[in-house]
Structure formats: C-alpha cells, structure tokens
Design a protein around this ligand. Structure first.
Ligand SMILES: Cc1ncc(COP(=O)(O)O)c(C=O)c1O
Length: 364
C-alpha cells in the first residue's frame, strides 16, 4: 500500500480548522476599506505597549535560539501565580498544550469527554491521535458537569472543560464544579481551559488554580493571546502537578516557544496599565452591546468572556451581509449554532459600527 493509502480513516476524516481570510483579502474582494475584525476574540486595543518595547529592544538577538526552558518567563509567572516553577509549561499558544496533553496521555482507542459546543480544537486533536470523543450536549448553553461526570468510562483519559466556554461565553459555577471534582478519579487528566478567565466578573466563578492539589491531575490552560494581546506571537501556559508537567516536557519540541513570544509575554505580565485598560474597554463594550442587542430585539447568551453569541436568524447570511459592509464576525454553523453569530467585543467605535450595520441588515 502506498504511503498515502496507509493513513487511517481517523486522519482522513479530519475537517481542517477553517481560518478566516486576511483582512486585506476581504477588503479587496468586496471593494471596501476600513473594515473591522470582530471574529477571533482578539484584544481590540492591540498588544501590550510594554511587550512591543521589549521586542524592539531585543530584535537584534533573533539569530539566537530561544531559551528552551523559558527561564525568565517561568520565574516571573511562577511568582505572579504563587505556584512552583516545576508546575509550569509553556506552549506555542495554549493550542499546543492541548495537543501535548493529548499526545502524552492518550493512546489510540482511548476516550476524551468534552462538551458538544466547546472549542473545536479539542475534537480535532483527539481525533488526530486516534482517540474517540465522548461528546456531551450543553445544557442552557453551559457545560453540563453532571452529565459529563456520568459520561466518563473506564477508557476516558482526558476530560476537557472550558470556563468560560467558547463560543457561548458561559461559565459553570463553584458549587457544580466542586461536586464534579469529587467524581474525578486519578485515572484521568482534567483539563480546564481558562483562555478568558481574566474577563470574568461573576463572583461565583471557580478559578481552577485554587483547586490544584485537591484533585489527582488537574491541568489549567491559559493564554497570552486574549487579554495581553499577543495572539500573533503564539504563547500560552499550563499549570499542573509536577508529574504531569514533567511528562509533557518530554514530548514537546525543545524550542517550542519562540524567543519573541517569551520577551513579549514577560513584559506584558508587568503591564498593569494595558491590562486595566483592556478590562475596562471590554466591560464597557459588553455593557453597550448587551443593551443595543436588546434594543434590536435579538437574543444573546449572557457572556463572561470578550465575545457574545447572538441569535440573528440565519447566521451565515447575516455574516455574509456584515462582511460586505466591512464588519467581520464569526458564523457559528461549524459549532452547530446555525442561527447565531459570535462577535468579539471591540473598541467603542467598532462596537457601534457593528450595531449600526446589524441594525441596517435587520431593517432591510
Ligand atoms: C477556549 C479557547 N481555548 C484556547 C484558545 C487558543 O488560545 P491560543 O491562542 O493560546 O492557542 C482559544 C482561542 O480562541 C479559545 O477560545
């Protein structure tokens, strides 16, 4: 059998992640200018200015390999989080850490439990490793922890939770979480993806870092792509028990996190002003969008992240029509929410542009 034909069905049937087009291409295609991108939950204020300065000062070192241990960043982050350095691992975005965890802890035929409408990468990575996905429907757009606990079988190796969840922006709360933890046994790894945790305002939010040590193997994943505005550099981190992290280090590439990402992330961690401004812009933008969406008579899912899922009727059509008017959002067909679009909270100007164009479309 030739090399291509030897590839198993679980690889052939993978549906590649559909990335958005570059903004310049969209503008050229539709003959528009000054479009706004509210499609990928990026920081509308841009990167941390301190991170940009750190990069500018260090660019002359680009001929050197990065620090394979992320030494300074690890030191800085461990101090900030109050965890030991041995509990930390960095990745080329938190996406890479999802993949590293799966490659380390799952074998073909093993199962992973995840929510029906959670971040699509979990499914892709598990399938690519020959694992099977035990998919549990959301309940009221939120992880159904009770049903997820029941879905665990003897073959389950990883459970994925996203809190807040993407694309719904919903969270599960402390009481359900603590009940769920009691049902998790040391035979499996519980991954809590907290890519958006900094935006959460609900006082009942269980920050998973406070629960390390209580459950057997809990891995918290976070990212510099959202609040810190460094999505283009690709850097995220995981916090887990030393034994778990140690095994993942064996599987990763020696230089998996590039030098620029390390310099920028360390500087961004100290950029309190950028963090505070970003949170304020998100809070105000979320308030504005919530009100305006209600005025348009549309339903939305209350969100604890930096994005909102809005029920618009035919999501794909509304997405296309917004695109022609220079507002790029995300249609939700791939998440099996065909009636919805997901919009990232932008700057005040971007948000009002989105609302105006959405209003025009609805009126038409
Ligand atoms: C729930 C969730 N986890 C992880 C990520 C990926 O983050 P990173 O850019 O760190 O790979 C995203 C990005 O959209 C996300 O929504």
């Amino acid at each position: 059998m030739n090399i291509v034909d030897q590839v198993p069905d679980y690889i052939r049937s993978l549906i590649p992640y559909a990335p958005g087009k570059p903004i310049e291409e969209v503008e050229r295609e539709y003959g528009i200018e000054g479009s706004v991108k509210l499609a990928s939950n990026e920081n509308p204020l841009g990167p941390s200015p301190r991170a940009v300065k750190a990069l500018q000062e260090k660019l002359h070192q680009l001929h050197l390999y990065p620090d394979g241990d992320c030494f300074y960043l690890k030191q800085g982050l461990a101090a900030k989080l109050g965890v030991s350095q041995e509990q930390l691992i960095f990745g080329n975005g938190s996406n890479e850490l999802i993949e590293l965890a799966v490659r380390t802890f799952m074998r073909p035929g093993d199962e992973a439990v995840m929510a029906g409408q959670a971040f699509v990468i979990y499914r892709l990575v598990v399938q690519a490793a020959g694992g099977s996905c035990n998919v549990v429907p959301l309940k009221n757009f939120t992880h159904d922890l009770e049903a997820m606990a029941r879905a665990i079988t003897g073959r389950t190796r990883i459970v994925f939770l996203a809190n807040p969840n993407n694309p719904t922006g919903t969270i599960y709360r402390r009481k359900e979480w603590e009940g769920f933890l009691e049902r998790i046994t040391p035979e499996l790894l519980l991954i809590v993806d907290e890519a958006y945790f900094e935006y959460v305002t609900d006082p009942d939010y269980p920050n998973s870092l406070s629960y390390h040590g209580e459950s057997g193997a809990l891995l918290t994943l976070r990212t510099f792509s959202k609040l810190y505005g460094l999505a283009g550099l690709r850097i995220g981190y995981g916090v887990g028990p030393k034994k778990v992290v140690d095994l993942m280090h064996r599987v990763r590439q020696p230089f998996n996190v590039n030098a620029a990402a390390q310099w920028a992330a360390l500087a961004a961690l100290e950029d309190h002003e950028h963090v505070m401004r970003s949170l304020k812009v998100n809070r105000e933008g979320m308030g504005y969008l919530n009100e305006e969406i209600a005025k348009l008579g549309l339903e939305r899912i209350p969100s604890q992240g930096n994005f909102i899922l809005i029920r618009v009727g035919d999501g794909q059509t509304v997405f296309n029509r917004l695109l022609k008017r220079g507002v790029i959002v995300r249609p939700m067909g791939a998440y099996n929410f065909p009636e919805y679009i997901r919009v990232t909270v932008g700057t005040a100007k971007e948000n009002s542009r989105f609302i105006n164009e959405l209003n025009n479309i609805i009126k038409d």
